[in-house]
Design a protein around this ligand. Sequence first.
Ligand SMILES: [Zn+2]
Length: 277
Amino acid sequence: MFDELINELEQKSKEAIKTNEGDYIENNLLHCGKCHTPKQCEVIICGKLRRPYCLCKCESERVKAEEQEKKRREREARIAKRIEIAFDDSTMREMTFAKDDKLNPKLSNAFEKYVEDFAAMRDRGQGLLLFGEVGCGKTYYAAAIANALLDRGYSVRFTNFARIANELGATFDKQEIFDELNSYSLLVLDDLAAERKTEYMAEVVYNVIDARYRAGLPVIITTNLTREELLYPATITERRIYDRILEKCVAVEVKNENRRQKDLGKSQKEMRKFLGL
Ligand SMILES: [Zn+2]
């Protein structure tokens, strides 16, 4: 009975290996004609000499290469899927550092550095607040960071508060939306303060930012708010939101000239130094 089982396994191992023309027998073992290593080994089972089949060197290398190729394809598919869901507007995929007009090399370098060191940034929940006038490229920079991270295999979602409010309004399970927003390595929230000024919207904004904060995950926020508006908000609700943001986001003014920037917010010195700002 046991013998039968062993015979069966031996037969299976024979069927599993590939034999090629040029294979030969040496020392009672089948050898590969290509790499000249054995395709059989000797083992003693219950006092009986057995010769089960195995992979020769070149076959085992081929199998390994195939497995690696499979993993590579799986990774590519995963990245493609992440890219597909990252942007609400797919044309943003074109906004990359490579196509950046480099009008402000200092900023481009700082943001590329953020990408370069993203693993550490993510672990620290370190985000960015890009503020400044309309048309200075805040959204472009944020999208370039998102794209660079997507290409590196990170999960990113680029969206805005109006859209999140719509999603929240369309479901009974609001927690599901927050869980989803917290599932990304990076969440980019475009155009803060462009949303409707209602108590409800303010709650949405605070809750999204706070959920990321509590999960220790970074956000990148863009806004047309000025330095003064960020420093001296009109309402307590806004104060609460901006304080939360500035705790974990280094504030970077995006403007066309390359002027020296004054610090905004506490505990940002080290981060500014690191980014070379
Ligand atoms: Zn071989």
